[in-house]
Design a protein around this ligand. Structure first.
Ligand code: HEM
Length: 421
């Protein structure tokens, strides 16, 4: 036994002289001091990594049987579902995985809003996160088109036609993007290349940078207290604990719960009642058969509702273009949060009533817009979507004011532990 231990220590030493694996492990795991008061909201970073691995693994397997051409894409999906051994399971893993990925990411982002994790010095962690988020939105869209179901086709048509709404140059750009005068094989091939290669590559690289940037400045925590401000004689933060083994073991609990929910959805609820996978996508793309309501998957619907909510032409430019501006703006504005928030404190625990109310209204408007986005355009009175869009944007535009003027509570010097610790 001791011979084996010696041998593996030698092998590790040999590698370490050539590649600093031990140093990297120490810096990022066993000697990375994370705040000891992490709570429920801190599970979603690791779960996002789990979701990313699930998507990559199941995606590689799907790619072995999928054919990217409009003649055979739909049939190859049917083949995977019916004939390939365990193919249905791999496909549903990928499809339910997309929903779970977005769910986890939305909770991960909400945590940052709750505890001011985007504030100085974590601006780059936040911006890298936003780049990942935008890349994920693109990834989901490209993937949705690949099965060449009827909703795939019409979703591609609606979204690509938005490019055409850009004044003067839109139409030519649209034809260039399509590589044809209509949605055809050319776009399916492009989307396949983006979905399996370009965008995953970007996501993997940026996740790496996201974590390096986080470890450079250290994690925030539910109190927003800087744990590096109070260290012991050896320079270790008093409120920090080594990430490994403490959080590596601790994180196994949410991973197991995530897996249980994930597999329950795959086995018992794979189409999510039409919300994970829309009913029109069970029939092949048909240029002569427009689905009754064209709606995207649930994770896009707040933005889709805002796009559809703009119905008036301004300055001689079409409402469609302004809708595109509002939709793009509603996503891009998140990037600027580190500079919009002027509060002297990070965590919502110590911010004032105005911040709490505005965050509540923001969350409400996003969910309400999400509901409107899955319903037909005339489901609610015409003024509801513009009103909710204004509430959504006011969270950002009013932030420099309410965060400067509201009364905040005193932040404790050391982190506080919740009940049960
Ligand atoms: C594939 C996607 C992503 C992965 C794998 C990922 C992974 C992680 C991990 C492992 C952490 C540390 C653990 C934790 O704090 O939960 C973290 C922290 C963080 N992430 Fe992400 N993340 C992703 C996307 C995003 C997105 C989309 C945003 C925001 C737009 C974001 C913003 C942040 C912030 C601000 C922190 C620091 C939180 C703090 O210290 O309080 N991340 N991320």
């Amino acid at each position: 036994m001791s011979k084996i231990v010696d041998l593996s220590a030698d092998a590790l030493g040999w590698v370490d002289e050539r590649l600093p694996v031990v140093k990297a492990f120490k810096t990022h795991m066993s000697e990375y001091y994370a705040p000891k008061n992490f709570n429920f909201w801190y599970y979603f970073g690791v779960l996002a990594m789990v979701a990313l691995v699930i998507q990559i693994m199941s995606g590689i397997w799907l790619m072995m049987f999928y054919t990217p051409s409009i003649e055979s894409a739909f049939d190859s999906i049917e083949y995977i579902m019916r004939d390939v051994e365990g193919g249905w399971f791999i496909r549903y893993m990928h499809e339910v995985g997309a929903t779970f990925f977005f769910l986890v990411i939305y909770l991960h982002i909400f945590r940052a809003l709750l505890y001011g994790s985007y504030q100085r010095p974590r601006e780059l962690v936040w911006i890298m996160g936003m780049v990942i988020y935008l890349a994920l939105m693109a990834e989901g869209f490209f993937g949705y088109v690949l099965p060449w179901g009827n909703m795939s086709f019409w979703a591609a048509k609606v979204i690509i036609s938005l490019v055409g709404a850009v004044p003067y140059v839109g139409e030519s750009i649209q034809i260039w993007v399509q590589g044809d005068f209509m949605i055809s094989d050319s776009i399916l091939h492009k989307f396949f290349a983006f979905h399996v290669m370009l965008v995953p590559l970007i996501i993997i690289i940026v996740v790496f940078v996201h974590l390096i940037a986080l470890h450079q400045v250290g994690s925030n925590n539910p109190d927003g207290v800087d744990i590096k401000a109070k260290k012991d004689a050896e320079g270790i933060p008093l409120d920090g604990i080594p990430f490994h083994p403490y959080y590596t073991v601790h994180d196994l609990v949410p991973i197991v719960i995530f897996m249980m929910l994930f597999f329950a959805a795959i086995f018992f609820f794979p189409d999510g009642g039409g919300y994970f996978l829309e009913t029109p996508n069970f029939i092949e793309a048909d240029i002569l058969n427009t689905p009754e309501h064209i709606t995207p998957a649930w994770y896009y619907t707040p933005f889709y509702a805002m796009l559809r909510g703009v119905t008036i032409d301004f300055f001689g430019v079409s409402a469609k273009f302004w809708g595109l501006v509002v939709m793009g703006g509603s996503m891009m504005i998140l990037m600027f949060l580190p500079w919009l928030d002027r509060s002297p404190v990070k965590s919502m625990r110590y911010k004032g009533m105005a911040s709490k109310t505005m965050l509540g209204l923001f969350a409400f408007s996003t969910v309400a817009l999400g509901v409107l986005g899955v319903k037909p355009a005339d489901w609610a009175p015409y003024w509801v979507t513009p009103l909710l869009t204004m509430v959504y944007f006011s969270y950002f535009f009013a932030m420099p004011f309410y965060t400067s003027f509201e009364k905040t509570k005193t932040v404790p010097e050391r982190v506080t532990m919740g009940a049960g610790h």
